[in-house]
Design a protein around this ligand. Structure first.
Ligand SMILES: Cc1ncc(COP(=O)(O)O)c(C=O)c1O
Length: 328
């Protein structure tokens, strides 16, 4: 039986205008697009990137999926949740020396029935190489291989079902989001390039890279080429080159807590908060013309807050704030 997205957990989308003196001073409008699901692990960009993988698994009668991720990965948690809901198998190759079941993400994944296989960092680096992927496919021939982050063409096409272009106040000039494996930005570019009639077009899509990955632009370019997307203005901006992925410097944590308190929408310092911090810097530096309307996709990721507390990257008070505030 083919399950529709609605059968799994109905997505609920909402727009929130962020009103603050530093935005009005720059004469920039900022809108957050939030997508929450009955199953919180699938909120944000998660269900959107997985939906067509699940359809394919059902159509082709695979037993399940096999995928990759770090030990605190939102993607792994989402795959575990979606597999359980659809009664399919889930196998994950986890970038870690041993499977620590005190880690809240891995404990959750295992609790959903996901099979967790530890692989060391060096082997994990091969996750995009054809020979390595060939071996994995041979080892799990009846499972669909879902790339890290769900960033395949199917993942990007799922994101392209979203409309980030039309805010409640009218057409956005800029669409922005956090970017890591590239599928989310690729999907937003696909959607914006379809949606924009020349006279009233979105001017650009901006991916705020939370990873220091020189290959990210190329990965997105490949996804767009494979999906035959016509040219559209987009760029990748590095958020904080001096901080590695998920390092969560104090200023990002403080920003997240302040934003969450002030606006009643939780953001976390690995993805959405890190990206918004950079976006605010760009706004403050006058990088957007006065009168610009920016639409920002809140990609979720709040399951990761428990892992931040587990690693002592945030204190108990910060944990309570970020884990008890809604995601949109
Ligand atoms: C919460 C969150 N935001 C943003 C991203 C970045 O999306 P992508 O990997 O498609 O670039 C991810 C990773 O999937 C994520 O977990």
């Amino acid at each position: 039986m083919l399950l529709s997205p609605m059968d799994i957990a109905a997505p609920s989308a909402s727009w929130h205008q962020i009103v603050e003196p530093r935005l009005s001073e720059a004469r920039v409008e900022l809108w957050l697009y939030c997508q929450t699901m009955a199953e919180p692990m699938l909120s944000g960009n998660k269900w959107m990137k997985l939906q067509y993988h699940i359809k394919l698994i059902q159509q082709q009668q695979y037993r399940g999926l096999v995928t990759f991720g770090g030990p605190f990965s939102n993607h792994l948690a989402a795959c575990a949740a979606v597999a359980k809901l659809n009664k399919i198998n889930a196998i994950a190759y986890v970038r870690t020396d041993n499977i620590d079941l005190n880690n809240p993400t891995l404990a959750y994944c295992q609790g959903q029935g996901m099979q967790l296989i530890a692989i060391d960092r060096q082997t994990y680096r091969q996750r995009q190489q054809q020979t390595f992927l060939g071996l994995i496919t041979k080892r799990h021939p009846d499972h669909l291989l879902v790339p890290e982050g769900g960033s395949s063409v199917l993942g990007a096409q799922g994101i392209a079902d979203l409309n980030l272009t039309d805010t409640p106040a009218g057409r956005a000039d800029v669409i922005a989001t956090a970017s890591a494996s590239g599928g989310t930005v690729a999907g937003l570019i696909m959607a914006a390039s379809r949606a924009s009639p020349a006279a009233n077009a979105v001017k650009e899509v901006i991916g705020l890279a939370v990873v220091n990955d020189d290959a990210l632009t190329e990965k997105i370019t490949v996804l767009l080429k494979t999906a035959d997307v016509k040219s559209f203005p987009w760029r990748i901006i590095t958020t904080a080159a001096e901080h590695r992925y998920a390092k969560c410097p104090q200023q990002h944590i403080d920003f997240c807590c302040q934003f969450t308190k002030q606006h009643g929408i939780a953001v976390e310092p690995v993805y959405t908060g890190r990206a918004l911090y950079k976006l605010y810097q760009m706004i403050g530096a006058g990088e957007f013309a006065p009168g610009s309307r920016i639409s920002f996709f809140h990609t979720g990721g709040l399951q990761g807050v428990a892992g931040l507390r587990y690693r002592d990257l945030i204190n108990p008070q910060q944990y309570r704030l970020l884990s008890s505030t809604k995601a949109g």
